[in-house]
Design a protein around this ligand. Structure first.
Ligand code: ZN
Length: 161
């Protein structure tokens, strides 16, 4: 079946960066990614690359940062005082915290530790990076009326409620 808006799509994917390092892969977890096509629930460049594909298709997609996680905003990188991390003894590079940043609730990543000065980055970890996807379309089916109403799919790989 062909992928069009309001189809429930299952894909296996391997995501690599420009250095050809694997960032994420559905193969390792064994579960394909399942999503409702046409709702913007996956990054726009990947959704566009999948549009019109069929069950069983295998292809590579190169997604520029602008169609993936967007650009890096310098003002989301801030140096704050260690005191802000109340109750956390060991602050280390790579730690992630939920925080209320100017754009609303988000994840910040510790990118540098210099004495009592902690540099945090509120950009998405993949912001500013073009992404390479290896895709296999595992399954395509019509979404149910309920799934379309909810804006997500149910069952395997989807919401259970
Ligand atoms: Zn639902």
């Amino acid at each position: 079946m062909q992928i069009k808006n309001n189809t429930a799509v299952s894909i296996h994917y391997t995501l690599t960066n420009e250095a050809d390092e694997v960032i994420d892969s559905s193969i390792e977890s064994g579960e394909p990614l399942a999503y409702l096509h046409g709702t913007g629930s996956i990054i726009s460049g990947l959704e566009a690359a999948l549009h019109g594909r069929n069950t069983g298709d295998k292809f590579k997609a190169y997604i520029p940062a602008s169609d993936a996680y967007g650009q890096v905003f310098e003002d989301r990188i801030q140096v704050i005082s260690r005191e802000m991390f109340d109750g956390i003894d060991n602050i280390e590079v790579g730690m992630q915290f939920h925080a209320d940043v100017s754009e609303g609730p988000g994840i910040v990543t510790v990118v540098a530790v210099d004495g009592d000065s902690i540099t945090i980055d509120g950009n998405h970890p993949l912001a500013g990076m073009p992404l390479n996807f290896d895709i296999e379309v595992v399954d395509v089916r019509e979404a149910t009326a309920e799934e379309i109403e909810h804006g997500h799919i149910h069952g395997a790989g989807g919401h259970h409620h």
